[in-house]
Design a protein around this ligand. Structure first.
Ligand SMILES: Cc1cc2nc3c(=O)[nH]c(=O)nc-3n(C[C@H](O)[C@H](O)[C@H](O)COP(=O)(O)OP(=O)(O)OC[C@H]3O[C@@H](n4cnc5c(N)ncnc54)[C@H](O)[C@@H]3O)c2cc1C
Length: 380
């Protein structure tokens, strides 16, 4: 067991930290207020190859594994969790769907390379109004049509939806078979009948773009079917295991970002004739928060390393997701309290971080669903 990062991992960590501080921090508050996504900055980071970190070079990726991807999401999310989730969905949910699929290599390359290179943006369409925690409740249907398929339905809560050049759409080819008839297709922006529906107005991660995606008689060629009927549900679940490691990294980053703001504030703010950090109560609280953060970090790094080693990572990913996101909620709430009235004001960032933290406990499987995943393995 080795707790040291390699030089390459440290380099990726440093690069993404500097990018977040220089390019994302200055306007993060304005973007949150205006619900505006920094598309130019997203493409700029993409050109550095960051969205292809875990994927083999033959598909346009960097081939350096999942741990560097986790480090990058963590660094970005310390500053801007909206950017963090856009990156995570792009890489692990869109990219993961392609890489985990049984599509031929040339199709994988065709649909992954534009995303891994940062030229294009990907999204993941699984959730529907009738299919949230229970992804089996799909109503979107793909019907065979000559050499392709016609898709009809509506995907909701689609992160990156309004920006995406490519979306993986999970749907049923035979509704009578339920999940046994689930397939997955890549649908490209501009395909007739494929439109962006309602764009959501959210509590947190306000700069991330989340919308309905409407499919009305959308014709897709057969080669866009990345999961054959019967393979789609398995593909979605496997891909979400990897996605949860990304959400865990996002939660960890949010917690670390808020912790650091609170740490500096407690050293500067004077009350009762001395800095607040001299109050043992607050120092002990910070000690507990730091310990929670370190525990969460070990779990998410372990989940990423387990994935990189080719072992089963379903349970490590679920544990990391639950732990890191609960720590994000706890630490951001405490940070707001430690900053007192200032913590409640927009200029100090921690109120945004507290709003951003909440969603990490909900998406890519709520933390109750993570408990189902973990407890399901305990009594065999
Ligand atoms: C901002 C945002 C972005 C998202 N991005 C995407 C995306 O890009 N792509 C995508 O496909 N989806 C996306 N989602 C969907 C997200 O993954 C779902 O919202 C989430 O899985 C929960 O589903 P639901 O909202 O339908 O809640 P429900 O399933 O209705 O759950 C409601 C509550 O009941 C609890 N619950 C449900 N079943 C059980 C059970 N068996 N035992 C105990 N408790 C249970 C849940 O934990 C939750 O607390 C996004 C959602 C949001 C809000």
């Amino acid at each position: 067991m080795n707790f040291e990062l390699t030089d390459e991992q440290l380099q990726i960590q440093k690069m993404t930290r500097e990018f977040a501080e220089k390019k994302l921090l200055p306007q993060v508050r304005e973007r949150d207020e205006a619900s505006k996504f920094p598309i130019e900055e997203f493409k700029e980071l993409g050109k550095a190859g960051i969205y292809g970190l875990p994927y083999p070079e033959q598909f346009g990726g960097q081939g350096v594994g999942y741990l560097p991807y986790v480090l990058a999401v963590e660094e970005i999310s310390k500053v801007d969790a909206s950017f963090g989730i856009a990156f995570s969905v792009d890489t692990s949910l869109y990219g993961g769907s392609i890489m985990n699929s049984s599509a031929p290599d040339e199709i994988k390359k065709k649909f992954l390379e534009p995303i891994a290179s940062g030229r294009c943006i990907g999204s993941f369409g699984l959730t529907e109004h009738s299919a949230g925690s229970d992804a089996a409740g799909q109503k979107t249907v793909a019907t065979k049509d000559g050499d392709g398929y016609i898709i009809n339905g509506l995907k909701c809560f689609n992160t990156n939806g309004p920006l995406a050049d490519y979306t993986v759409v999970y749907c049923l080819t035979d509704p009578a078979l339920g999940t046994k008839g689930m397939a997955a297709f890549v649908v490209q922006k501009g395909t007739p009948g494929f439109t962006v529906g309602q764009i959501e107005d959210k509590m947190g991660i306000r700069s991330a773009q989340v919308s309905d995606m409407v499919l009305e008689n959308v014709h897709v060629p057969a080669e866009n079917m990345i999961a054959k009927p019967g393979e789609g549900f398995k593909l979605a679940m496997k891909t979400l295991d990897g996605g949860r490691i990304g959400v865990a990294a996002q939660g960890l980053g949010i917690a670390e970002g808020a912790f650091e703001i609170a740490r500096k504030y407690l050293m500067e703010r004077q009350q009762f004739g001395r800095p607040l950090c001299k109050q043992q109560y607050l120092g002990f609280k910070m000690a507990e928060m730091k310990t929670d953060i370190e525990m969460a970090k070990l779990l998410v790094y372990k989940a990423a390393i387990t994935k990189d080693e080719g072992k089963s990572y379903t349970v490590p990913a679920a544990m990391a997701k639950m732990a890191c996101t609960n720590v994000a909620m706890k630490v951001t709430t405490e940070a707001v309290q430690m900053l007192g009235g200032n913590g409640y004001m927009k200029g100090y960032h921690v109120e945004r971080m507290m709003r951003d933290a909440k969603i990490t406990q909900i998406y890519e499987g709520t933390n109750e669903i993570q408990q189902l995943v973990i407890s399901g393995t305990l009594f065999r």
